[in-house]
Write a protein that binds this ligand. Structure first.
Ligand code: AMP
Length: 471
């Protein structure tokens, strides 16, 4: 092997430094190769076309209904944050931090990341805006895109949307129950069958002892674990429980269960959460292997799987089913009593959930759920000639202000063309304004069902339409 001189290394290092500096200060077009082919949407990203919007409207409406019913207020966050926020909140040894963040250095050399999830931001905002001085609990919700550099496939994207709701500042188990009830109602009212998986992973104290037991057990089974789990043994033993590999699943069957190691306080808390759910007859499955993939959780954790049924029915214990389930978990959440303190705030308990909207839409489509009708126009405004077009535009504005549901094709000139569009839109009436009507002070009112056309005094058209549409 050739000897590398120290001088050469420092030369190379200098070159790299200059190149990085160049990227920061040069305009992008000078630094990056500009492709000449038609730009395509990036892998794992997608456009949401007009035809898809009805699903998004439905989810936004349902989300807003639920949060209003329970007194949660909207908060919006930037898409970009300091990278260290997520590393500290989500945890170094998690998939999100190890493999999935869109992180880069910005032009001033700051390490930033596209947000992979919302809870870390909720906690940051709570601290930054002194929300501990507000009446507690502070109840917040958000809805927007998250970014994870995951392997794209059906139900797994690199940009996806989450609806999240969080109650901060109080420890009471009724809040865990409320978050779970809101989650359950969201799906129930959409008409989707789900199964709620619930577990408690205790507090840091009871988990300390449990981790020792878990490690003792897994060390005896090391030979049967996948390579990732062998690494997890030394880093994040709780994650051993939710490994998707068949052989690791088999090993986890006999692993000690966290519920047997909960301290009195955690046990009581969990029992009370379950009692609240029982009172409201919310069905759930106790799932001792549910740990969730993020470090900040304490006590209650839960996930929503497409239902119906028990974990086994949902695929637990079968590699393919388990893999499927992992891909299609529709949402999840839990308590995170240490997160705000971990980020530099005062000790503040909190609990929340986040639901994956793309996956929910896939389920709505699969279940062929009936969608509410998109608001349809009643009246089409047609025009013939330049001056009538101007008058028709003014009439359109008046109709809009009067609250009529209206449609137009002002860029078209021929009447035939416009009537075809009106037909397609399935409007009840078309108003036709031509040169003749303009000079006579009238307008034609065409009943689209029978094709009958009447001449109406222009000044009486609003009254006439109100009468006919019973407004
Ligand atoms: P998590 O907190 O990671 O469990 O994410 C909450 C929910 O967001 C999941 O249950 C999914 O519904 C959704 N989700 C997470 N990652 C993705 C992804 N890469 N693509 C689509 N949805 C996702």
């Amino acid at each position: 092997m050739p000897k590398i001189k120290k001088k050469n290394i420092s030369k190379k290092y200098k070159k790299i430094k200059v190149a990085i500096k160049k990227i920061k200060i040069e305009p992008a077009a000078k630094v990056f190769k500009v492709s000449k082919t038609t730009p395509q949407v990036l892998r794992g990203f997608k456009d949401i076309l007009p035809g898809e919007q009805k699903y998004w409207d439905l989810l936004r409406t349902k989300a807003e209904q639920i949060v209003q019913d329970f007194g949660y207020e909207r908060i919006d966050f930037p898409l970009l944050e300091e990278t260290s926020l997520f590393i500290r909140a989500v945890g170094k040894e998690t998939d999100i931090i190890e493999k999935e963040m869109f992180s880069f250095e910005d032009r001033s050399g700051d390490q930033v990341s596209l947000r992979p999830e919302g809870t870390a931001q909720v906690a940051r905002a709570y601290i930054n805006h002194g929300m501990l001085n507000l009446p507690q609990p502070v109840k917040l919700y958000y809805l927007g895109p998250m970014f994870r550099y995951d392997r794209p496939q059906s139900g797994r994207y690199r940009q996806f949307n989450q609806f999240g709701f969080e109650a901060l500042g109080e420890m009471h188990p009724v809040l865990d129950a409320q978050i779970i009830i809101m989650t359950y109602n969201f799906f129930k009212e959409l008409g989707l069958k789900i199964s709620l998986q619930i577990n408690s992973i205790g507090c840091l104290n009871c988990r300390k002892e449990y981790k020792v037991q878990l490690l003792n057990y897994y060390k005896t089974q090391k030979a049967d674990l996948c390579e990732d789990c062998k690494i997890r043994l030394g880093k994040n033993p709780l994650r051993l429980l939710d490994c998707k590999e068949e052989k690791c699943q088999a090993v986890s069957e006999d692993a000690p269960q966290i519920v047997d190691w909960l301290c009195e306080d955690c046990k009581n808390h969990f029992v009370r959460v379950l009692e609240f759910l029982d009172d409201l007859e919310i069905p759930y499955n106790l799932n001792s292997r549910l740990v969730r993939g993020l470090d900040y959780y304490t006590k209650t954790v839960f996930e929503v799987w497409p239902g119906p049924g028990t974990p086994r029915e949902a695929g637990q214990g079968e590699t393919e089913g388990e893999e499927k389930k992992a891909q299609i978990a529709l949402g999840g959440g839990g308590r995170y009593d240490n997160l705000i303190e971990l980020l530099g705030g005062r000790p503040t308990p909190a609990v929340g959930a986040s639901l994956g909207l793309e996956r929910i839409i896939l389920k709505i489509k699969e279940a062929n759920l009936e969608m509410p009708l998109i608001q349809k126009a009643d009246i089409f405004v047609a025009q013939l000639g330049e001056t009538p077009k101007r008058k028709a535009m003014a009439l359109y504005e008046t109709l809009r202000q009067e609250g009529f549901k209206i449609a137009e094709a002002f860029s078209k000139d021929g009447l035939k063309n416009q009537l075809e569009i009106a037909n397609k839109l399935d409007v009840k009436y078309t108003l036709i304004l031509g040169q003749k009507e303009l000079s006579e002070g009238t307008i034609l009112l065409r009943d689209m069902e029978g094709g009958v056309q009447e001449t109406i005094n222009y000044n009486k058209i609003i009254k006439e339409l109100k009468k006919r549409l019973e407004k």
